[in-house]
Every structure is written in structure tokens, then in C-alpha cells.
Design a protein around this ligand. Structure first.
Ligand SMILES: [Zn+2]
Length: 151
């Protein structure tokens, strides 16, 4: 059997997407993914019996998303990990630009854009902008569409 604790959608002192706002689900899931990455980088990957997940909770106005840490009540390491996260999770995004919430969202679908550093196609280089995997679009820094890639 498994139980879980809730950790919120973002570090506790940081703003987060609000239920009901435009593209809430995409924004919230992207924030949760980023928060899980920060937690794994800070505390290490989950030990056996524990795992981090973006969980949707029913809400009067739609589904609310936040990060949860599942643990197995029979596995002490997984309990320790979950409660250490609850006590010690960072309250702010780290300074690293990969985490700080500045990654823009795709104007087409609302998914999180990938920065040019990891884009290998064409001569698209570190400073060139962003890419949306879902839409196969490349964007300049002002989020104008540079190119549509052939799927
Ligand atoms: Zn997109």
C-alpha cells in the first residue's frame, strides 16, 4: 500500500498558477514538473518505495495540481524521504535559470518551451530562442514563430 504527502505546486514563497486562469492545467503541470526537478536535484532521486508525482485533485472550479511524494508505510527510507521533503523543501526557486520559472510557455498550446541550448535542429543555437515539442514550432525570444518543423 502507499500513502503520500502534498508539497504544493511550487516552492512555498513563489507564485503559482491559479485555478481558473487561462491555460491553468498546462501552466500548473509545467510548474509541478519544474518543482519535482528541483526536489530531485536537491534531495536525490526517490529511494525504493517513494516517488514524486504531479497529482490532480478535484476542486469546485476544476482540477487543482500539486506535487505529492508517495511513500510506502512499510519502508522506513521512503517515509524519511517524504517527510524530509516536507520539512526541508526549498521555499524559493534556485537561482539557476533552468529552474527560475522564467521558461516561457508556448502561445499555441501552453506547454513549457525548451530553451535553444538543447535544441539540435538546423543551426538553432543557444541564444536563438525556444522550441515547443508538442507543436513542433521554433520561437524567437519575443515568442514570434520562427519556423514550423516537419513532424
Ligand atoms: Zn506548443
Amino acid at each position: 500500500m502507499s500513502d503520500y504527502i502534498t508539497l504544493g505546486p511550487t516552492p512555498s514563497d513563489e507564485p503559482c498558477a491559479q485555478v481558473g486562469e487561462e491555460l491553468y492545467a498546462q501552466k500548473a503541470r509545467a510548474e509541478c514538473r519544474r518543482f519535482i526537478k528541483v526536489l530531485r536535484d536537491t534531495f536525490g532521486t526517490e529511494p525504493s518505495g517513494a516517488y514524486l508525482q504531479t497529482k490532480g485533485f478535484p476542486h469546485d472550479y476544476g482540477t487543482y495540481y500539486e506535487v505529492v511524494c508517495h511513500f510506502n508505510p512499510d519502508v522506513p527510507d521512503s517515509i524519511d524521504y517524504a517527510f524530509r521533503l516536507e520539512r526541508e523543501a526549498p521555499t524559493e526557486w534556485p537561482d539557476d535559470p533552468g529552474y527560475n520559472g522564467s521558461t516561457p510557455l508556448c502561445p499555441e498550446c501552453g506547454d513549457e518551451l525548451e530553451m535553444g541550448t538543447s535544441v539540435q535542429l538546423f543551426d538553432f543555437s543557444a541564444s536563438d530562442g525556444y522550441r515547443c515539442h508538442a507543436c513542433n514550432l521554433l520561437f524567437a525570444h519575443d515568442l514570434t514563430v520562427l519556423a514550423r518543423m516537419e513532424g
